[in-house]
Design a protein around this ligand. Structure first.
Ligand code: IPD
Ligand code: CA
Ligand code: CA
Length: 273
């Protein structure tokens, strides 16, 4: 059953409170990290800031919504998925940036309802950018409405992408797509925070984004932001987006088909695998 605007607004306000709480923790640890560990794959880092931010986010969600299950990057699945709700939380999206004191990272708090992103809050504490959206309620940056760009040609677009931590051992590591699209556009950025990449599509700072190897917590909040800002989110081949697929194509809508076609025509660069 569709949720009422009032219910979605309440959930959005809770998501926002959680994202702001996590952001305050990220600010408090900035430049003071004592613990930077690799989680398994080379380059896949976790710090005490990731963990402390997650504690702060969880505290807010569990206080307001004790029955809601949560999928959190550092804690895994919390609670049984018995209802239509699942929160997907990234307490620090952009850990590599954060560990190097490159101030481009965020807290991402998204809510899936029946498996579909419907509520999202993304907070970048170092630029004081708060992005919010909920199904049917529009998208905002710092409480003002936002919309996607009007760029209509791939050749005039500015794109963004990323590279998953399995890139050294996976031939399908996105290097070939990066080369091809760099050649065809005004540029391809590598932001290092999937949720901010999506938020920047939503507010028109970037025109298109694709990536593989992502987790639900990287995308849940950003997907609803892009959709509510008038953009389009699908799989690479323009079929419906699936949160567990790890793959996303998100654009202003106008360059969607052209970007999809380029992605589908790219062959892997085997020599970099
Ligand atoms: C990573 C960032 C990065 C993306 C990686 C993600 P993390 O998340 O979103 O932009 O390219 O695939 O894993 O590890 O910083 O939370
Ligand atoms: Ca992430
Ligand atoms: Ca993270």
């Amino acid at each position: 059953m569709p949720h009422s605007p009032a219910k979605l607004q309440t959930l959005l306000d809770i998501a926002t409170e959680a994202a702001l709480a996590g952001g305050a923790v990220l600010q408090s640890y900035w430049g003071k990290l004592e613990e930077i560990q690799e989680k398994g794959r080379p380059g896949d880092l976790v710090t005490e800031a990731d963990k402390a931010s997650e504690v702060a986010v969880l505290e807010v969600l569990q206080r307001h919504l004790p029955d809601h299950p949560i999928l959190a990057e550092e804690s895994g699945q919390l609670g049984e998925v018995t209802s239509e709700y699942l929160w997907a939380i990234d307490p620090l999206d952009g850990t590599t940036n954060y560990a190097h004191q490159y101030p481009f990272c965020s807290v991402s708090v998204g809510l899936l309802i029946d498996g579909v992103p419907q509520v999202g809050a993304i907070f970048d504490p170092f630029h004081q950018d708060l992005f919010r959206a909920a199904k049917g309620l529009g998208a905002t940056r710092n409480r003002r409405p936002i919309s996607v760009s009007k760029t209509a040609e791939l050749g005039k677009s500015l794109l963004v992408t990323g590279f998953a931590y399995d890139r050294r051992e996976t031939p399908d590591n996105n290097y070939a797509e990066f080369c091809r699209l760099t050649h065809l556009t005004q540029g391809v950025r590598r932001g290092g925070s999937a949720s901010i990449d999506l938020a920047y599509i939503a507010c028109g700072r970037l025109d298109g984004y694709w990536e593989r190897g992502l987790s639900p917590w990287d995308m849940a909040a950003g997907v609803i932001l892009v959709e509510e800002a008038g953009g389009q989110v699908t799989a690479y081949d323009e079929s419906p987006f699936v949160i567990n697929s790890g793959r996303i194509l998100a654009t202003n809508g106008q360059i969607h088909q052209a970007l999809s076609q380029e992605l589908l025509q790219t062959k892997p660069l085997a020599e970099y695998s």
